[in-house]
Ligand binder design. Structure first.
Ligand SMILES: Nc1ncnc2c1ncn2[C@@H]1O[C@H](COP(=O)(O)OP(=O)(O)O)[C@@H](O)[C@H]1O
Ligand SMILES: [Mg+2]
Length: 563
């Protein structure tokens, strides 16, 4: 937190001054009870009768202003810090390896960026301010109590620390429960986003009740954990009050004795008693907030854990100026944990050539493609770009040169233009051109507002084939050195596919083209076809060669390449 707070020193200084005024005024009010009692009520001093009420009004004024200034200043610091941490957190999380997101549920990340941040926000903008202010009041009241009667203060105050022992036990429980509540909460968020993303499946399978019952289970568990937390939290304050009542009883007994013995004036006793009573207000406020502070600490630990995490895929610093003309996989292996997706693939891709990868699903085709933009790094072996290890290259400059149509097609809730130019500057002419080349112009221009039409989330108002063509247009728009189509033509009708073929033929001379396809018609164009099976290349050649030499290819050709 340190570096985030440095810029706020003037505000902190002002808030501190304001708190001191607040607490000082409060303590002074408690002190004033002595002259009120002894001076006005007992000695019946008329001068005091004027002076003291005026002073009281003045002190209340100082106290209120102090509290206002302090609260507003610290709230600003809190809000501003939270804003910065949140920005930084998303920025940081976006930098994580692609693989990280697979192993992490989206709900967990969202919960971190919303709920955990909200906890910290409450802590920084409100709790810190209260704890700080009330601690000063506490010190003020204790000073008044000690000043009026050190002996009584000793009896009254010695009981309080005894309460701290069980309190720390409560605190530990609360922290643990908060952690579990947090986990359940992210389960719920994940579940919800899963439900809303899979509505088609749910409706078609009539599984609303099934989803609801799963959800209810999580939800019930969530309540259970939270209620446990409420019970533990709420038992803390009655406990404190009980301890307080013992202190009060002790003080009245000893105080009464001292007044009767003439060792204490009634005013001193009244001022002392007032200070002692008043001590419990800040104490209660602090103890109540203490637990929430612990929750905030737990939340910030989670956030800091996340901020400490570094992506494993680091950028190199070599920026290639000339277009990329050659890629070479050398004995490439890729493991996802236990799963060996690629087991020694060697393959060269050249500018001006179209390379096709075919094979049964699960063979490792998408994994091979994912290595090129470094969504994953090789487990062993090498991927060379222009003869240099891909890890030497500056990551952004590498990725900018790649146009990739992933197997899962992404459509954002935004205009066609933004979807096509995604992340790059919009050139409407080029958007149109890319759409035409991808065979998408026809359906886009038929939309109500053409390329300015806003698409729905996940492209749910588009057909599968339309989504694919849009994704292809996006890849083409980038004018890539390396074009990767991962089963990007699987959902296309023959007419659209013919359009894509044409586009591929046009673009191939100035590109390294890698096509992963099931359809013979696309593969036909390829200069070289590789068959990937169980993470290994089992055959390669032109289509004609493979038809003659590879039984595997003939099997694939019969099964999945009807045309
Ligand atoms: N993110 C991942 N985590 C774990 N295993 C994966 C992941 N992606 C793919 N796999 C596994 O790796 C193997 C190859 O998958 P993939 O490259 O998608 O094959 P293809 O694209 O040829 O269908 C499969 O066994 C698949 O289950
Ligand atoms: Mg695949």
């Amino acid at each position: 937190m340190g570096p985030y707070l440095r810029g706020y020193i003037p505000r902190f200084a002002r808030a501190t001054l304001a708190s001191v005024l607040y607490a000082g005024a409060q303590a002074y009010l408690a002190y004033l009870i002595k002259p009120i009692m002894d001076g006005i009520f007992i000695a019946q001093d008329r001068a005091e009768l004027i002076r003291l009420p005026v002073l009281i009004v003045g002190l209340y004024f100082v106290q209120s202003v102090g509290r206002y200034v302090q609260t507003v200043d610290l709230a600003f610091v809190g809000e501003d810090v939270v804003r910065k941490v949140r920005d930084r957190l998303l920025g940081h999380v976006l930098g994580f390896d692609y693989g990280f997101f697979g192993s992490r549920r989206g709900g967990e990340l969202i919960s971190r960026i919303t709920n955990d941040i909200a906890r910290i926000r409450a802590a920084v903008s409100q709790h810190v301010s209260i704890v700080f202010r009330e601690s000063l009041s506490l010190i003020g009241y204790i000073s008044v109590a000690v000043y009026q009667s050190p002996r009584l203060a000793f009896y009254g105050l010695v009981v309080v620390p005894l309460a701290a022992v069980p309190l720390s036990f409560f605190a530990k429980r609360v922290k643990k429960l908060s952690h579990r509540s947090q986990e359940k909460d992210s389960d719920i968020t994940s579940r919800l986003s899963e439900i809303f993303n899979n509505m088609e499946l749910i409706k078609a399978h009539n599984s609303e009740d099934f989803e609801l019952s799963r959800f209810q289970k999580d939800n019930l568990e969530f309540r259970r954990i939270n209620m446990k937390g409420v019970r533990v939290r709420e038992i803390a304050s009655p406990f404190m009050e009980f301890v307080g009542s013992i202190a009060v009883a002790t003080v009245i007994w000893f105080g009464g004795l001292q007044i009767i013995d003439g060792k204490l004036t009634p005013g001193q006793f009244a001022s002392f008693a007032a200070a002692l009573f008043l001590i419990y207000t800040p104490l209660k406020r602090i103890s109540k907030i203490y637990n929430q502070m612990l929750e905030a600490v737990a939340a910030s630990e989670r956030i800091w854990d996340m901020l400490d995490r570094r992506p494993e895929i680091r950028s190199g610093d070599l920026v290639l100026q000339a277009p990329i003309r050659q890629l070479e996989f050398v004995d490439a292996h890729l493991n996802y944990g236990e799963v060996q997706a690629l087991r020694g693939v060697s393959l060269e891709l050249k500018r001006g050539e179209m390379t096709a990868i075919v094979g049964d699903s699960g063979g490792g085709k998408s994994s091979l493609a994912a290595l090129i933009p470094r969504l994953y790094d090789l487990s062993s072996g090498q991927l060379l770009v222009e003869g240099r290890d891909i890890r030497e290259l500056e990551l952004g400059s590498l990725r900018r040169r790649i146009g990739m149509v992933t197997q899962r097609v992404y459509v954002f809730r935004d205009t066609v233009t933004t979807n096509v130019a995604y992340g790059l500057e919009v050139d409407r002419k080029a958007v149109e051109d890319s759409l035409r080349r991808a065979g998408a112009w026809e359906f886009v221009s038929a939309m109500p507002e053409g390329i300015d039409t806003v698409l729905e989330e996940f492209g749910s108002n588009l057909s599968g084939g339309q989504r694919q063509r849009l994704a292809i247009a996006r890849a083409l728009y980038r004018r890539p050195d390396i074009l990767i189509l991962d089963e990007a033509t699987s959902a296309l009708d023959n007419v659209s596919e013919a359009a894509i073929r044409k586009a591929l033929e046009d673009i191939t001379p100035e590109c390294i083209t890698l096509v992963i396809a099931h359809r013979l018609s696309t593969v036909e164009l390829a200069d070289k076809i590789h068959i990937l099976k169980e993470g290994k290349i089992v055959a390669q050649g032109t289509m004609q060669e493979l038809l003659e030499t590879s039984a595997e290819y003939r099997r694939l050709a019969e099964g999945i390449l009807p045309e």
